[in-house]
Design a protein around this ligand. Structure first.
Ligand SMILES: *[C@@H]1O[C@H](CO)[C@@H](O)[C@H](O)[C@H]1NC(C)=O
Ligand SMILES: *[C@@H]1O[C@H](CO)[C@@H](O)[C@H](O)[C@H]1NC(C)=O
Ligand SMILES: *[C@@H]1O[C@H](CO)[C@@H](O)[C@H](O)[C@H]1NC(C)=O
Length: 518
């Protein structure tokens, strides 16, 4: 190990120098062929099937109890990465943990009687108990008494507060945690049909939701936090910028809408009315994130940044239920909304030209769409290279690249389920890019299309193939063992940043799940 690291680093420097010396990167693909890393040649389908198991195994390795990388962590904690130095990600972030756990809830809900689910059930219960403790742990963001402590973004793996200076508070965590635990509550309730009306019912539900004991009900406490603090400024999901953020607002809105429905189910009608009222205000406020002059959504209001951001994709994905909507009404800025689609297009254009590896020739000759899969990073101005900050240091991230494919698959699934494609002037740039060179491109104009139209059929086909293109990029940059770190190098394409990033695995699994519905 000690010998290998300097060797790899030297190899990296040579490759890097070689890459810099090249003319405008036409040979970036050739640089990928590193003899140190011979990978078997799998088709995308074969690889996805294999990688799905690896990703779940590596994700669970970072979750206590049972995880091999978290032997000393409190049961229920989800660490961001096993990396303890360069960089140190060995903490539990409320946001990352809730997002990861929601993937586990989905797996549990698929089949609560599967052997995996009995293990997941233990993990989910431990997660819930630990969240209760974290909510009540006094920390640098505040305390439970006025709920301010719920805005604390991260804790030590053993559940004690992290006291170093940090970008705090962050107001997305409680919303995401409520969404995850509400999904768990519904899944558990659905698989135990007599529980709701039985004598044990209240005992099981109380720690999650109890109108009379809000101080001891995790979901209720989070919903109170979201409903009282959603319009207050906080740090963004990348923990860098203070303000009001699209990602945060989207998950807060979803939490409030689902929370209102849950409150009604528990006869907590006063709370339901309050959550509904705040959700209505938040929904009216959300269009502030649309910038008509730029032609895309922006992640943070009044920010010096362009606003193009992978957080827009993540906000749409986590702010919109993937299936079986639990609250009536269409969520704003769902993956299939015009605003998200043109924002995705703008982000892809930016990142294609920004990163040398994205200029490599297309893998397949038919891959000529302007939307063709590329490595996506967080945002254009990013300077974090996975270890520190350097000018122009940003790289593509696995979780952003996977999220682009999830958006496209979810659009396809939505079209299949509704059998209706509405093309408007606003969305035209996206559809033009998607259908470039497709047989029906000439027919493209605003209007309504159904599954009998050639255009609809072409759109579905392209959504799936372009979505696959982004997963091909993930496949290309994954190492031979199937491990996913945080980033992959913009020049050499090799993995960099925190190893085995839990969120990289979760985002990949969610993308593959969405692909399965198409
Ligand atoms: C729990 O399930 C019962 C039916 O088994 C249903 O009537 C009730 O609304 C469910 N509760 C929630 C919160 O989903
Ligand atoms: C939310 O905050 C924004 C920006 O500070 C402000 O313009 C808006 O009026 C606030 N909305 C509500 C409902 O409080
Ligand atoms: C919605 O839920 C029903 C019943 O739980 C299930 O049969 C169906 O496949 C789900 N639909 C989607 C799109 O997941």
């Amino acid at each position: 190990m000690t010998l290998l690291v300097p060797l790899l680093f030297a190899a990296y420097l040579v490759l890097y120098a070689f890459a810099l010396a090249l003319p405008p990167f036409p040979h970036a693909a050739a640089i990928e062929q590193n003899p140190l890393q011979q990978k078997p040649q799998y088709s995308l389908d074969e690889w996805l099937q294999r990688e799905e198991d690896i990703a779940l195994d590596n994700l669970l390795a970072n979750v206590a109890p049972f995880g091999r990388n978290v032997q000393d962590a409190a049961p229920g904690s989800v660490i961001a990465s096993p990396s303890k130095e360069h960089p140190n990600y060995y903490y539990q972030w409320v946001r990352d943990a809730a997002i990861t756990t929601s993937t586990l809830v989905d797996l549990y809900a698929d089949d609560p009687f599967d052997p995996l689910s009995s293990k997941l059930d233990i993990i989910l219960n431990a997660y819930a108990s630990l969240q209760d403790e974290l909510q009540h742990t006094k920390n640098p963001s505040g305390t439970f008494a006025d709920l301010s402590g719920l805005g604390e973004p991260k804790f030590e793996a053993d559940g004690t507060p992290f006291i170093g200076s940090w970008g705090r508070p962050q107001r997305d965590g409680p919303a995401l945690r409520a969404i995850t635990l509400m999904a768990y509550l519904r899944a558990y309730n659905a698989s135990n049909p007599s529980l709701w009306t039985s004598d044990e019912g209240p005992d099981w539900f109380k720690p999650l939701y109890d109108p009379r004991m809000p101080a001891n009900s995790i979901i209720k406490a989070d919903l109170e936090y979201v409903s009282h603090y959603w319009n207050a400024s906080g740090f963004d999901l990348w923990e860098e910028v203070q303000g009001l953020h699209f990602f945060t607002a989207m998950v807060q809105l979803r939490a409030l809408r689902e929370g209102a429905a849950l409150a009604l189910a528990f006869d907590d009608s006063g709370a339901a009315a309050w959550y509904t009222q705040q959700a209505g205000l938040l929904e009216k406020f959300l269009p502030s994130f649309w910038d008509a002059s730029k032609g895309h959504l922006i992640e943070t209001l009044s920010s010096a940044r362009s606003g193009l951001d992978c957080g827009l994709l993540l906000g749409s994905l986590h702010g919109s239920p993937a299936a079986n909507n639990t609250v009536p009404g269409t969520p704003p800025y769902a993956p299939y909304s015009d605003e998200i689609l043109v924002s995705l297009l703008a982000l892809v254009y930016d990142q294609r030209n920004r990163f040398p590896i994205n200029s490599a020739p297309p893998a397949s000759p038919e891959g000529t769409s302007p939307l063709e899969g590329v490595g996506l990073g967080r945002y254009p101005e990013d300077v974090y290279d996975g270890y520190g900050t350097t000018p122009f240091g940003g790289n593509p991230w696995f979780l952003c690249t996977s999220s682009a494919s999830e958006i496209l698959y979810r659009v396809a699934a939505h079209l299949q389920e509704t059998d209706e494609l509405e093309i408007t002037e606003l969305g035209m740039p996206f559809w033009e890019a998607l259908l470039a060179d497709a047989p029906s491109f000439a027919d493209l104009k605003p209007g309504s299309y159904g599954s009998k139209d050639g255009l609809f059929v072409d759109v579905l086909e392209r959504l799936r193939s372009v979505g696959d293109g982004f997963l091909e990029v993930v496949k290309k940059h994954t190492d031979a063992e199937g491990s996913l770190s945080e980033q992959f190098d913009r020049v050499t394409g090799f993995e960099r940043g925190a190893r085995d990033l839990t969120w990289s695995y979760g985002a990949f699994l969610q993308a593959v799940r969405a692909r399965g519905r198409v």
